[in-house]
Ligand binder design. Structure first.
Ligand code: CP
Ligand code: NVA
Length: 318
């Protein structure tokens, strides 16, 4: 089933709400099997190529371990040790790599690059982070939120638990922020965004049509008021290192601290895609405190991506 139509996962809006409901359900089941040391290997003889043009810890480990756990194997490529760094056209790389593997994950700079790769690929392509989007991370963040706040009595995940929720985004209008907006539009919650001036979200880049899926706040404390989830990210994303000093000055008041968390709902969670810089975008008290979900969030990358890979390769199971 599902084999006829090839799907890519290049941005969050590539899947529909009912597909997310399915994926979260699968992720919960795949995670349970992993926790019980149950063998589950539907991807035997399948190969994932992982292409990294930027550094990674979580994305690499979660895709690589996840693929092996499902019985498959991986090929790891970086710009420096492949022809990608020597100006072989991305279209040619796509044609060649996709003839030898079953699935490709790419972490790169411009979204247009992953789109060009996908346009010339014979196999599904997954976005492992671009300048514009980080859909696998938001997949994990939403699953983590739903595990904590959206499980029914039988342990089934209820996607409707996201409806009407408020997610506070404090910091840069970056790939994570754009992806949160797409998720809000599809799944029916609201993002309260507060960025320093000059670092705002561009709704055209985020690619959202419904202006009601987010609200902009000058004051990050105001953005956190009544939030169900407070989340942030590094002040300087990969590829923007030259702006580091200017950003440090501009972002000084956009540090998630206990005062901000106190404005959110009492049971609000804190998330951060990691790596984190304690004392910059978040205090140690918050990220290492009782409301922080960051370690479950990181682990869940693996479980949701296993569900995603299974879906792209095998379609719906059962
Ligand atoms: N959150 C995330 O994508 O981490 P890595 O950069 O370590 O992959
Ligand atoms: N916004 C960050 C996320 C890192 C996982 C970056 O792009 O570097």
């Amino acid at each position: 089933p599902g084999m006829s139509l090839m799907r890519h996962y290049l941005q969050f809006k590539d899947l529909r709400a009912e597909e997310y409901a399915y994926l979260f359900d699968r992720a919960a089941s795949i995670k349970r099997r992993f926790k019980n040391y149950e063998r589950y290997q539907p991807l035997q003889d399948r190969t994932l190529a992982m292409i990294f043009e930027k550094a990674s810890t979580r994305t690499r480990v979660s895709f690589e371990a996840g693929m092996y756990q499902m019985g498959g194997s991986v090929v790891h490529l970086t710009t420096g040790d492949s022809q990608l760094g020597r100006a072989e056209p991305i279209e040619d790389s796509a044609r060649v790599i996709s003839r030898m593997v079953d699935l490709v994950m790419i972490r790169t700079y411009e979204q247009s690059k992953i789109e060009r790769f996908a346009a010339h690929s014979r196999v599904p392509v997954i976005n492992g982070l671009t300048n514009e989007y980080h859909p696998c991370q938001i997949l994990a963040d939403l699953f983590t939120f739903l595990e904590a706040r959206g499980m029914d009595r039988r342990g089934a995940i209820d996607l409707d638990a996201l409806k009407g929720r408020v997610v506070a985004w404090v910091g840069d209008g970056n790939n994570m922020a754009n992806t949160w907006l797409q998720a809000a539009e599809i799944l029916g919650f609201t993002v309260h965004v507060s960025t320093p001036s000059g670092y705002e979200i561009d709704p055209a880049v985020a690619g959202v049509k419904d202006a009601g899926c987010y609200r902009v706040f000058q004051d990050p404390h105001e953005a956190c008021a009544g939030a169900d989830l407070v989340t942030t990210d590094v002040w300087t994303s990969m590829g923007y290192e030259a702006e580091n000093e200017a950003r440090k000055a501009a972002f000084a008041n956009w540090c998630v601290d206990s005062a901000m968390m106190a404005r959110a709902k009492p049971d609000a969670l804190f998330m951060h895609c990691l790596p984190a810089h304690r004392g910059e975008e978040v205090t140690a008290e918050v990220i290492d405190g009782p409301q922080s979900a960051v370690w479950d969030e990181a682990e869940n990358r693996m479980h949701v991506q296993k569900a995603l890979m299974e879906y792209l390769l095998l379609g719906r199971i059962g």
